[in-house]
Design a binder for this molecule. Structure first.
Ligand code: FAD
Length: 402
């Protein structure tokens, strides 16, 4: 069999979109396409904070891969990638191995705890669908347990979130809606359950416009969240965070760290040269020194040539990488010219719960409140439409026509 084989690793935003585009651009005679993923489903990483808080039905976040990508056209392998041996053009999986001619690495991010003592052992991470289901169940358990053990420490109801970046703040936005419901469900006084965000930088959401940051802060505080800025976490213990110069202990029943991410550890294990855990790719999205290896999404630093800084890692960028990557693989197969990636910024909107949010859209216009929340749902639904057309949108979309 001389048909070249393209192997795509990871069925997240970048991997799913690359596979879809390859199916469109290439005939089965031109290339065999293989998609490898840990699970038989794709999940929306950008909705994980909702899964963790329990504000969304988890099945809305999960999409069976074979519902989107035909197994008649793409070979689907559900297994865990352990290592890539580039010299031999082989990917080692937990249960088998697969040779490739062209490789797309889109395995997403892993949490970075920056070596904070105890964080790996004692905190949950908003990192995968499974972890987020565990966080949701853990929070609910704390409430059920407290009700059955009146002698229990009230701090078991506290939820402590380390990191006031995008993920941490979106998670707090869901918690301020979920916790009052849990208090009602278990007949617990609302003021007993604390939601605390701890951020080392002088302000939460450092990359956002100050007006938007103020809006987010006030919205969350008004709904009962405490936001501790300029507060360094010295250590995470079983009981909570030890913070600040005075080593104050903040006790909590649920501890979640959202303060940092890095590229998938498979990159390092496979010998790629890393900058802060990711590979700085060439303009055509290939790994430097490799003719046939593309690295996309949260595994890659893609440089903005205008200011010589990497673009922020977002789902929006990951999907755009996918299109350039698929076109460039087609160009390689057809001896054509590879194109350079250019990012088209469509803006960023953060949710602050189901009906609140803030952000900017493509023309720089700021959005607040219900308008921002509605825009966020449009963005989420647009992705579903791009991935699976009207059928998927009707099945899993956030805007319900009926
Ligand atoms: P992912 O979409 O994370 O996909 C990686 C895939 O690889 C997963 O399916 C995973 O199961 C699989 N995988 C991982 N390791 C292995 C392995 N060893 N073997 C096999 N499979 C493996 N971006 C935005 O643009 N807008 C937002 O509003 C936004 N909100 C966010 C909210 C949250 C809570 C989080 C966590 C992130 C948010 N982001 C947002 C960032 C965005 O989610 C990421 O940039 C995006 O998911 C990157 O896409 P990816 O394809 O690289 O990785």
């Amino acid at each position: 069999n001389t048909t070249p084989r393209i192997v795509v690793l990871g069925a997240g935003y970048a991997g799913m979109m690359t596979t879809k585009k390859l199916m469109k651009y290439l005939s089965p005679e031109e290339a065999e396409i293989v998609l490898v993923n840990k699970h038989n489903y794709h999940y929306q990483t950008t909705w994980l904070h909702e899964v963790a808080a329990g504000t969304i039905n988890q099945n809305q976040v999960r999409i069976m891969i074979r519902d989107i990508i035909s197994p008649n056209r793409v070979r689907l392998i559900y297994d865990t990638v352990e290592e890539i041996v580039t010299d031999e053009k082989i990917v080692k999986l937990e249960n088998s191995e697969i040779p490739y001619d062209y490789l797309v690495i889109s395995l997403g991010f892993e949490t970075n705890t920056f070596g904070i003592k105890g964080m790996d052992e004692h905190a949950f991470f908003i990192e995968s669908f499974d972890q987020c289901q565990l966080i949701r169940e853990h929070i609910e358990y704390q409430f059920a347990n407290y009700k059955n053990h009146p002698e229990a420490d009230e701090s078991s109801l506290t939820i402590l979130v380390g990191g006031g970046g995008f993920t941490g703040i979106e998670f707090i936005g869901e918690l301020v809606e979920r916790i009052p419901n849990l208090c009602r469900k278990y007949d617990i006084e609302r003021k007993k359950a604390k939601i605390i965000n701890v951020e080392a930088a002088p302000s939460i959401l450092p990359s956002f416009d100050p007006d938007l940051v103020q809006y987010a802060k006030k919205s969350l505080q008004d709904r009962g969240a405490e936001i501790m800025e300029g507060t360094r976490i010295q250590e995470c213990t079983e009981e909570g965070f030890i913070v600040g110069d005075n080593n104050e202990l903040i006790k909590a029943g649920t501890i979640v760290w959202t303060g940092g991410v890095t590229g998938n550890s498979v990159l390092g294990k496979s010998g790629f040269e890393l900058t802060k855990g990711k590979v700085t790719v060439n303009g055509d999205l290939r790994a430097p020194g490799y003719e046939n290896v593309f690295i996309l999404g949260d595994c890659a630093w893609v440089m903005n040539k205008e200011d010589n800084r990497p673009y922020p890692p977002t789902a929006q960028a990951a999907m755009q990488h996918a299109i350039t990557c698929a076109k460039n693989i087609r160009a390689l197969l057809h001896n054509g010219t590879l194109e350079e990636f250019t990012f088209h910024d469509k803006g960023t909107v953060a949710s602050l719960g189901v009906t609140d949010g803030m952000g900017t859209v493509f023309n720089g216009k700021k959005l607040y409140g219900k308008t921002a929340a509605a825009m966020k749902k449009v963005v989420d639904d647009r992705y579903l439409f791009l991935l699976g057309g009207p059928h998927l949108l009707l099945k899993k979309g956030k805007i319900r026509p009926f």
